[in-house]
Ligand binder design. Structure first.
Ligand SMILES: [Zn+2]
Length: 230
């Protein structure tokens, strides 16, 4: 346990990323499947995060499980999370629809953008970049009725050109999938993705900031390839 004193806002945080939970009607990509968790695993993470002001929970991909499975369990524990949805996938089978996004917001959750169609942001032409980084935020802003200016980068795939586009688009915070802890207020926020094989040991390692060797190795790979499910 990192020394977190009650009532003191810690300078660094652990950001967690949830993709999907429990059953789904959608055919999952292999990398999605490896990031999909059971309800019991998800609840284990929430119970570990409850009462920890240095743990933040985010959701990517706008899966229907955000609303159906995650929301009631967050509310039960008094937890607030940030949901990064795919503006171009809303209403598709197994995804949130417009009302679902509004319901999350009305329940006190934050809404951010995961882009339009889950493309790799390092490989966009100009038209796609506008759709992914500008129009997605505009559509989500209209749906929730307030500015949506935070993003989670698909696959955690970015380089300096991506970051420049995000700055130009007035993105106020960008979440990656780089792993480890992050400074609470920094613009770029590293996150740690829940995996299908997560267990109590993983939770302890991630929340306490002491990665095991395999996790360190994965992080080196992520730093090189920057293509971890995000
Ligand atoms: Zn994603």
């Amino acid at each position: 346990m990192v020394g977190v004193l009650r009532g003191v806002v810690p300078a660094s945080v652990v950001n967690l990323t949830v993709h999907g939970i429990g059953p789904t009607v959608r055919q999952l990509d292999p990398d999605e499947d490896s990031a999909w968790v059971e309800i019991a695993q998800f609840e284990q993470v929430l119970d570990a995060a409850a009462g920890r002001p240095d743990v933040r929970i985010t959701f990517d991909d706008g899966n229907a499980s955000d609303l159906e499975i995650a929301l009631p369990r967050l509310l039960k524990r008094g937890l607030v999370a940030e949901f990064f949805v795919l503006a171009g996938e809303l209403g598709q089978p197994g995804r949130l629809d417009h009302d679902g996004v509004r319901e999350l917001r009305k329940s006190g959750m934050a809404i951010g953008s995961h882009g339009w169609a889950h493309r790799d942001w390092r490989r966009l032409d100009a038209r796609q970049a506008t759709e992914e980084i500008v129009e997605a935020n505009q559509v989500l802003t209209e749906i929730v009725g307030e500015p949506v200016s935070r993003v989670a980068i698909p696959f955690g795939s970015y380089d300096r050109h991506v970051l420049r586009r995000l700055r130009q688009a007035k993105v106020t915070r960008a979440y990656t999938s780089d792993g480890g802890r992050a400074q609470r207020e920094s613009w770029l926020q590293a996150r740690n993705s829940l995996r299908r094989d997560l267990d109590a040991e993983w939770i302890g390692q991630v929340l306490d900031g002491k990665p095991s060797l395999p996790l360190r190795a994965r992080r080196v790979v992520a730093g090189t390839v920057k293509r971890i499910r995000g």
